[in-house]
Design a protein around this ligand. Structure first.
Ligand SMILES: C[S@@+](CC[C@H](N)C(=O)[O-])C[C@H]1O[C@@H](n2cnc3c(N)ncnc32)[C@H](O)[C@@H]1O
Ligand SMILES: Nc1nc2[nH]cc(C(=O)O)c2c(=O)[nH]1
Ligand code: SF4
Ligand SMILES: [Mg+2]
Length: 214
C-alpha cells in the first residue's frame, strides 16, 4: 500500500519516558477521532488535539508509493541530520493516528533500514507485532483496544476518565501529561499534585513546546 505522510522531521522526543532522545518523527496524515478540520472540532471524539495532520504538504511530507520508499527516505533524513553511526536510528511514528497506516510491511522496511520503531497511538487500533516502543494515549469517548505497551501517557484532566481505570493495565510506565490549551497552567498544577499523591504516575511535560523546537 502507499502511505500518506504529513511531515517528517528530525528533533528530540519531547514527551514521556524517551524525552530528550534524538528522533526522526514521521507524522502520518489522518486520524480516526477527528477530521482535522477546525469546523469539525466541536463534534469530534477527540477535541483537544494540538496537531495539524491534514494533507501531505509539510516538510518531508508526501505520498510514498511503497514501504521501501518511505523507509529509504527516513533513513536518508536520519543520515543527513544525525551522525550516521553514532547511536541507534530511532523513528517515532505519530500523526494523526499512525496505526491507520503503519502496517507489517512498513515495520519490516523500517527495521531493515536500521530503525528502532516507536509509535504514538490513541489506542483504538491494535498495534501490529514488531513495534519496539508503544506509547498509548487514551481518548475519552473512544474504545481502548491496545491495553498493553511500554508507556501509557494520559492527557490530563480528561473527564470522565479516572486514573483507577488505567492502573491495572499492562503498561511499564504511567504518565500524566497536562492538557495544553487555555488551562495548561492549572492542568500542569493538577498533574504535579496528582503525581505526588499517586506515585505510580509520573509527570510528562511537552518539553519541545517549552524550549521552542518542533
Ligand atoms: C497528536 S497525537 C498523535 C498520536 C495519536 N493520535 C495519539 O493521540 O496518541 C501525539 C500526542 O500528543 C498528545 N496531545 C495531543 N493534543 C494534546 C494537548 N492539547 N495537550 C497535551 N497533549 C496532547 C496526544 O495525547 C498524544 O500523546
Ligand atoms: N518534539 C516532539 N515530541 C513529540 N512527542 C510526541 C509528539 C507528537 O506529536 O506525537 C511530538 C512532537 O510533535 N514533537
Ligand atoms: S487522536 Fe491523536 S491525532 Fe487524533 S485528534 Fe486526538 S490527539 Fe489528535
Ligand atoms: Mg506533538
Amino acid at each position: 500500500m502507499s502511505y500518506a505522510v504529513k511531515e517528517m522531521f528530525y528533533t528530540l522526543q519531547g514527551e514521556g519516558a524517551q524525552a530528550g532522545r534524538a528522533s526522526l518523527f514521521c507524522r502520518f496524515a489522518g486520524c480516526n477521532l477527528w477530521s482535522g478540520r477546525e469546523q469539525d472540532r466541536h463534534k469530534a471524539v477527540c477535541q483537544f488535539c494540538d496537531t495539524d495532520f491534514v494533507g501531505m504538504d509539510g516538510p518531508g511530507g508526501g505520498r510514498f508509493a511503497s514501504a521501501d520508499k518511505l523507509a529509504a527516505r527516513a533513513r536518508q533524513m536520519w543520515d543527513e541530520t544525525a551522525a550516521g553511526e553514532n547511536g541507534q536510528p530511532y523513528i517515532v511514528c505519530t500523526g494523526g493516528e499512525p496505526l491507520l497506516q503503519l502496517d507489517p510491511p512498513l515495520i519490516a522496511a523500517l527495521h531493515a533500514a536500521g530503525f528502532e520503531i516507536a509509535v504514538e497511538t490513541n489506542g483504538t487500533i491494535e498495534a501490529p507485532a514488531g513495534i519496539d516502543w508503544i506509547c498509548v494515549s487514551p481518548k475519552a469517548g473512544s474504545e481502548l483496544v491496545q491495553k498493553a505497551g511500554h508507556e501509557l501517557k494520559l492527557v490530563w484532566p480528561q473527564p470522565p476518565f479516572a486514573l483507577e481505570q488505567f492502573e491495572p493495565l499492562a503498561f511499564d510506565r504511567f504518565y500524566l501529561q497536562p492538557m495544553d490549551g487555555p488551562y495548561v497552567a492549572a492542568n500542569t498544577r493538577l498533574c504535579v499534585e496528582t503525581a505526588m499523591a499517586r506515585p505510580k504516575w509520573r509527570l510528562s511535560l511537552q518539553t519541545h513546546k517549552i524550549i521552542g523546537i518542533a
